[in-house]
Design a protein around this ligand. Structure first.
Ligand code: AMP
Ligand code: TRP
Length: 327
């Protein structure tokens, strides 16, 4: 069975962008593949974090995975920092990555402009991500479009390593969703919706109240034409709302366009809000049940045990091939 692996950083409250671009895909793929779904908490500290908040978010994100339909029977669910092999493998991979490769990562270039004291971790972040992926011989890595370049770097590193030391890592492939690869900010639909946005009106968070969801969608920026059709270039706000509807209703953009072709923007927004509300209220109900149960700790303990065993084997194989230690 092919393996699939992904993780979402606990760096803020998850948005519908994360749900559509990340979690939903995993829910579909878990039927078909052996699935690994983890919490990349080490990645989160590449920029400053509040320790108390970070700890809370780690548990919360696991509860959200479960509430959004990630089935613990079909997935191995674990926390990155509970497996020491990730950072160790990352070091070895760093020594097989060129400065030029790390330097040209778009996310690094963008983020390093925004942060005041840029950490070295921000530069090496994609290599830790490569370690996360290559450790488990993942065949497929479902991610939003912004992470595609990082998965491609993981491929390049794996190919280089295999060439030098013999077959060691499976070459991973990014899986980008057809619909909703990039959900946009509600107030600026030319930019990606992000969980770390300063303006909360830009994002719908999975744990938002019904009132907030409705307010945010009703005040989403559109255009003055008042005709509903899909045109990303000229009508990015409407295109974004149609994309959200299409992804959550599991129907094509064409079908959504057809459904709303007579509607004005007010009606479209109301229908989008209804769908987002019903989807999120369902998720929130389950979320609270998981947060109050001991199930999360049991799942994470099992994930830790299982992934440490797999990672140990892979890491020792790498040590042997590179000529490190005494194995
Ligand atoms: P991040 O929030 O950047 O840690 O991303 C976690 C996952 O969700 C990655 O696979 C992202 O590509 C995906 N993702 C994040 N924001 C969006 C968005 N606005 N639209 C679609 N996918 C997203
Ligand atoms: N960098 C990813 C993000 O911000 C999170 C991540 C870390 C990841 N390691 C990974 C995703 C391995 C997929 C596979 O979205």
């Amino acid at each position: 069975m092919k393996r699939i692996l992904t993780g979402l950083q606990p760096s803020g409250e998850l948005t519908i962008g994360n749900l559509i671009g990340g979690i939903k895909q995993m829910v579909n793929y878990q039927e078909e593949y052996e699935s690994f779904m983890f919490v990349p908490d080490l990645h989160t500290i590449t920029v400053p974090q509040d320790p108390t908040l970070l700890k809370k978010r780690i548990k919360s994100i696991v509860a959200l995975y479960l509430a959004c339909g990630i089935d613990p029977k079909k997935n191995t669910i674990y926390i990155q920092s509970e497996n020491l092999y990730h950072a160790n493998l990352s070091w070895i991979l760093e020594c097989h990555t060129y400065m030029g490769e790390a330097n040209r990562m778009t996310q690094y270039k963008d983020k390093s402009k925004k942060v005041q004291n840029v950490s070295v971790g921000l530069l090496t972040y994609p290599i830790l991500m490569a370690a996360d992926i290559l450790m488990y011989d993942a065949d497929y890595v479902p991610v939003g479009i912004d992470q595609k370049q990082h998965v491609e770097l993981a491929r390049d590193i794996a190919l280089r390593f295999n060439k030098k030391y013999g077959d060691t890592f499976t070459i991973p492939e990014p899986l980008i969703p057809k619909i909703g690869a990039k959900i946009m900010k509600l107030q600026d639909p030319t930019k990606k919706m992000s969980k770390s946005d300063e303006n909360v009106k830009n994002s719908i968070f999975l744990l938002d109240t019904e009132e907030d969801i409705r307010k945010k969608i009703m005040s989403a920026v559109t255009d003055s034409e008042n005709k509903v059709y899909y045109d990303v270039e000229n009508k990015p706000g409407i295109a974004n709302l149609l994309t959200i509807y299409s992804a959550l209703a599991n129907i094509s953009i064409k079908e959504v366009e057809e459904k709303f072709k007579e509607a004005n923007y007010q009606t479209l927004k109301k229908e989008v809000a209804d769908l987002v509300v019903s989807t999120l209220l369902g998720i929130q109900k389950k979320y609270h049940t998981y947060m109050e149960s001991t199930l999360i700790d049991e799942i994470l303990d099992e994930g830790k045990r299982k992934t440490n065993k797999i990672a140990k084997e892979k890491y020792e194989d790498v040590l042997k091939k590179v000529g490190l230690g005494r194995i």
